[in-house]
Design a protein around this ligand. Sequence first.
Ligand SMILES: [Zn+2]
Length: 438
Amino acid sequence: MSFRKFFVFGFWLLLTAGCSSQVALNIVPGSASLAPDPSPTVVPTLPVAALVEPTGTASPQPAPTLHPTEVLPPTAEPPAIPGIILFVGDGMGAAHRLAATWLVKGEAGLLIMDSLLVHGWAQTSAVNGAVPDSASAGTAFATGSQTHNRVISMDTKGHPLTTILELAEQKGWATGLVTTVPMAHATPAVFAAHVSDRSNRTEIARQMIANEVDVLLGGGEDDFFSQDENGCYFGIGNQPSGSGLVSVAIESGYNYLCNRDELVALNPAPGMKVLGLFAAEEIPAPISPTLSEMTQTALSILSQDPDGFFLMVEAGQIDWAAHELEAQAVLQHTVELDTAVTMALIFSLERENTLLIVAADHETGGMSLNKDGGGSYRQDGPFDMPDGTQFWVDWTTTGHTGANVPVSAQGPYAEMLAGEYHLTRIFEAMAMMLKGGE
Ligand SMILES: [Zn+2]
């Protein structure tokens, strides 16, 4: 076992020890407490699984810090294939992350996303206002340009803006989009479509297929089937009769999936194209396939491209739950996001040449936390903390706010995401990774 592999093995043990409470726990509705999940499904079986060779001298020495890239020795191995993994917690502000931390790790703990090496603070404003929606905010990190609310990757004059996914395609990289909400919703849309109003989901879906994104995994089959078709889930589609997109996708080489069993049975191969639509609209709880399972499948396919890959993974229902002032669901979706981040971090540590970013598009709900139950507007809780104490979640709005959002990153060019900046900086960091520092 090389030093690097030994280190990653040690770090894997540290991560799995640290995050096992997240992987194996779920939130019990109504009790605001934690209970063991009898069938945890998230197992890091990525290529990194091959690293787990507990033989020889591999008694894990104290992997003392969470700063692995600082101690990796020079290697004679060829440079790893470059990759970008962008996680987006839709609506995930600082309090959403802190609440999830308190729930699973306690006051002194860290989520795995909090353990990344670089942290920053992103302003989220749109051109026409301090409070963005997912369209303008997503356009900022997908294209590097601010625009009006509701606009999907077009400038203020209506011209298309080239997205980081399209730039990656131009370089021959494999590309993928994963989400727990409809695929044609704003956050995935900003990477692969250009429309003046986010509500035009049938056109967004059409552009996504025409754009030949290699891997599309999420909800929202209705936007891909036509009004004379039934998909896997109840009801007809939204596309005009005779214009269903799933058949178009299959004819152009996509593997079409619509349930978890088909996803798990998929045998990832280089160049594979996959359209997986796992609900009529958002994927209902419990999310199946899980965000981690979709992320793992996407990475397993995309990372086989010899040129490089770009993957965006959205935990879209954090925002939806925050609009409903449902703190328990916010916490569950945030913890599920952190589990997917854990898997991607292990993956990126093995490959080295991967830029991993965990961001949000905006804050939803004006969430804050307290420990005395003394909130004044709308309060959820109590939620139990590992030390036996409790906390409450307070809301100030059912909409979005203009609050800055936390950004965490690790890998090449991650240092560009330290400090305070607009969401557009995330595009700039990814573009540098794409250019390879030219
Ligand atoms: Zn929202």
